[in-house]
Ligand binder design. Structure first.
Ligand SMILES: *Cc1c(COP(=O)(O)O)cnc(C)c1O
Length: 391
């Protein structure tokens, strides 16, 4: 199989081509290779290149091939979690005294990792800027800036940044651009094609898509950086298990179908919420009145299934609303087939101080919704009924 096919086809076939050779079994699905070690006939010839499952495993290899093709990348790597993937990037590309510029509205766990480990223990300096305005990135660049870390759209405020322009600025200064593409998935946005150097995903979310595996991925085409990351993936040991590799591989096969439905449902829900008398504001890049709608259309091929909104009420009203939903689960995480809703200030972003939250706009009235692929009328009725629980 070559990479010439389209994403829907690649997502199903790449990495899982049946072995039709003599002795092959012709499986159309990659088996779960649970073996921790691999026997060899000759002392310096590992059979099929495999030695020990931390350094390489056939099921993980199959997934890594699939991951690469999703982002039009040459290489893919699978990790035990999104944060494990992020840690390996930071440990590989940064050293004490380096400077990183990051979007100020990053995933809470990413900020915790940067602030509590890489800043405190390794003396790496972070500047958080509002990357909606590219000038803010430009002004934050210092002589020791090594990395620009972006999410677009961000979590939970759905802010976008211009990945292409930022990547051009970074290239001129030899700064590496990393994009966390978890929210759009590889289906709706391809940061490498916009000029970024490295893409990461929490595969826990859309790529696996069924809320039953924690995992992370890195995709890139730069061979020199890939070799270092691959070496450190083994040296650090933060690998994805064979069983999870199988699950993510299976999930990816329906990525295209799922993303189309997430997108379709999210647009309908955003339209419903924006005219609802108890809703103050809806953050969804697919709404024509969204301030960055034009940029969204330019760099994304869809708008995804994530949105956030502010209710006309405070913490108490937020509780009355959230605790009375019947179909939509009150839970952290996102990107599964089932709809999930949460309160960023009390849940996903509670590790940030109130001051940090207020600075970027995470208020007690803000709700984040991961729109699933259920029947959209059922979801709208559920939201409508729970909104009746406060005045
Ligand atoms: C969940 C998430 C992560 C962290 O991934 P884990 O798999 O939970 O470690 C990173 N970035 C974004 C945008 C996420 O949503």
């Amino acid at each position: 199989m070559t990479g010439k096919n389209n994403i829907e086809t690649n997502a199903i076939h790449v990495g899982e081509e049946p072995n039709l050779k003599e002795g092959g079994s012709g499986d159309v699905v990659i088996p779960i290779h649970l073996s921790s070690t691999f026997a060899r006939k000759e002392i310096n010839k590992p059979t099929g290149g495999y030695e020990y499952s931390r350094s390489g495993n056939p099921t993980r290899d199959a997934l890594e091939k699939k991951l690469a093709i999703l982002e039009d990348a040459k290489f893919g790597l699978a990790f035990a979690s999104g944060l494990a993937a992020e840690s390996v990037i930071a440990l590989t590309l940064l050293k004490s005294g380096d400077h990183v510029i990051a979007f100020d509205d990053l995933y809470g766990g990413t900020k915790r990792l940067f602030n509590h480990i890489f800043n405190k223990n390794f003396k790496i300096d972070f500047s958080y800027v509002d990357a909606r305005n590219t000038e803010n990135i430009k002004h934050a660049i210092k002589d020791n800036t090594k990395l620009i870390w972006l999410e677009s759209p961000t979590n939970p405020l759905m802010k976008l940044c211009d990945i292409k322009t930022i990547s051009e600025i970074a290239k001129n200064k030899n700064i590496i651009v990393v994009v966390d593409n978890t929210f759009m998935s590889s289906y709706f946005q391809k940061p490498l094609n916009l000029g970024a150097d490295i893409v990461i995903h929490s595969t826990t979310k859309y790529l696996n898509g069924h809320s039953d595996s924690i995992g992370g991925a890195i995709m890139l085409s730069n061979e020199e950086i890939y070799k270092k990351l691959k070496f450190n993936q083994n040296a650090i040991g933060a690998i994805l298990s064979p069983f999870d590799s199988f699950l993510v591989s299976r999930g990816i096969k329906t990525l295209a179908l799922r993303m189309e439905r997430h997108n379709e449902n999210a647009i309908k829900i955003a339209e419903f919420l924006k005219v609802h008398p108890k809703i103050r504001k809806v953050n969804y890049p697919g709404l024509k009145e969204y301030p960055q709608y034009e940029l969204a259309k330019q760099q994304m091929s869809g708008f995804g299934g994530m949105l956030s909104f502010e209710i006309k009420g405070n913490l108490n009203e937020a509780k009355l609303f959230l605790e009375n939903l019947k179909i939509i689960s009150l839970a952290e995480s996102l990107g599964g087939v089932e709809s999930l809703i949460e309160h960023p200030a009390l849940m996903t972003h509670s590790s940030l101080s109130q001051e940090e939250r207020e600075k970027i706009g995470i208020t007690n009235s803000l709700i984040r919704l991961s729109v699933g692929i259920e029947n959209v009328e059922d979801l709208i009725n559920d939201l409508d009924n729970a909104l009746k629980n406060f005045d």
